[in-house]
Design a protein around this ligand. Sequence first.
Ligand code: PSV
Ligand code: MN
Length: 431
Amino acid sequence: MTKNTPLPQERVETHNTKRLDALQEDFTALGQTLARRGINIDNIKNKVAAFSVAIPSWGLATGGTRFGRFPIPGEPNTVFERVADCAVVQQLTRITPRVSTHFPWDTTSDPAALREFGADLGLGFDAVNSNTFQDQPGQEATYKFGSLTATSAKARDLAIAHNIDCIEVGQKLGAEALTVWIGDGTNFPGQQSFRDSFDRYVDAMKTIYAALPENWRVLMEHKLCEPAFYSTVIADWGVNLMAANELGPKAQCLVDLGHHAPNVNIEQIVAMLNRVGKLGGFHFNDSKYGDDDLDAGAINPHMLFLIFNELVEAERTNPAAFHPAYMIDESHNLTDPIESLIAAAEAIAGAYARALLVDRAELKASRNGNDVMMAFRALRTAYNVDVSPILAMARVEAGGAADPVVMFRESGYRAQKAAERKAATVAAGII
Ligand code: PSV
Ligand code: MN
C-alpha cells in the first residue's frame, strides 16, 4: 500500500462516496448481463485489478513536434518532479505502479534516492531506456551517422558504454530490463550497407547483452522510419527477431504500436513473436499516420482490443512463459500529461477487460468449423461491452478514484504545482 499519497486520500474517498451508488447499480446490471453469457463479473474485475502498465517518465512533461512546444504551467522539470506526477496517476488509477525512465533525460546523481522517493509514493521502476539518438553536450564522438551501428568505432563504443551505464543505474533503481531503441539508418540510397549496419548492431548488442545481470532482459524496439527516412537498421519485427535470436534468450522484441507502416496487422505480429518466446513488451500509444505518439486507444481502440485478444490467448496457451512488459510511450502536446496518462491507462485496461470477455470456446469451435461469422461475432460481442463499471469498481476497491480525470481536476494539483515549480521554457522539453 502507498505510504504517501500526492493528493489527500480523504478527498478521493469523498469523490468516490458521491458516485458509489450509481457505480454499484451499473456494476450489478453489467454483472447480470455477463452472467447470462456464463461470465462471472467478479473474476473479470479481479483480473483487471491485477493488471498494470508502466508510465514513461518522459510522458509527464509536455511534448512537442519539430514545429514547436507549448509548455503548461506547473509541468515537471526534474526526474523527481516527473516521478511525483507519476504518483498522481497511480493514486487515481491504481494500475500504473511503475515508472519507465530514460537516460540521460532522467539522470540524477543519486539513483538510490530516486528509488526511495518512488517507493515512498508507492512506485517502482520498470525498464530503463537508453538514448543514443541524440548527442549530449561535449560528447566525444557524434551519433549523427549512427550509434550502435556507426562506422566509427568510437561512436559505437560510446553507445555501448552508455547502454551499460543504463543497466548499472537501472540496477540501483530496481529495474530488470533495458529497452534499446536506436535511430540509426539512412536518408539516401547507397549511404550504408544494410547488411554491414546490421552486423555492427548485433556485434554491439552482444557486448551489451553480456553486461545484463542474471535476472535482466533487453527489449529491442523496431521502428519503420524516423529520424532516418530511407532505411532504418532495425526497421521491422523480422529484423528485430533476427537480432533477438542471435543474441540469446534474454533478448526480446518490443512492439511500439506507432512503429509500423500504416494498416500493418500488429496483432498478428504479437501472436507470432509470442509463439517463439520473443514478445518482450509494448510501448502503447496510438497513431493515424506514423509514429504520432497519440494517446493509447484514442484513434483505434479496436486494434488495441485485437492486440489484447492475442495476449489473453497467449497467456492461456502458456502462462509460465508469458510476461510481456507493458509500458506507455506517448507525447502529450495538447493535454495535461497526467490526464492523458490516466485516459491511456484506462483505455489499455479496458481493451484487456474486453479481451477477457471473449468466449474462447465459441471462438475455437467457430474457427474449427470455419464458421466465419460466428468467429467474428465472438470477438465483436466482447468488444461491444462497455466495461467501464468493471474498471471503475476495480479502481475504487484499490483506493483509486471513480472518475480519475474529474478527481484530478477537482484536486487543484496542477495549479498548486504551477505556484511551486519553476516555469518550463519552450526549449526545455524532453521530446
Ligand atoms: C522512438 O520513437 C521511441 O518510441 C523510443 O521508445 C524512444 O525511447 C522514445 O520514442 C522516445 O520518445
Ligand atoms: Mn517507443
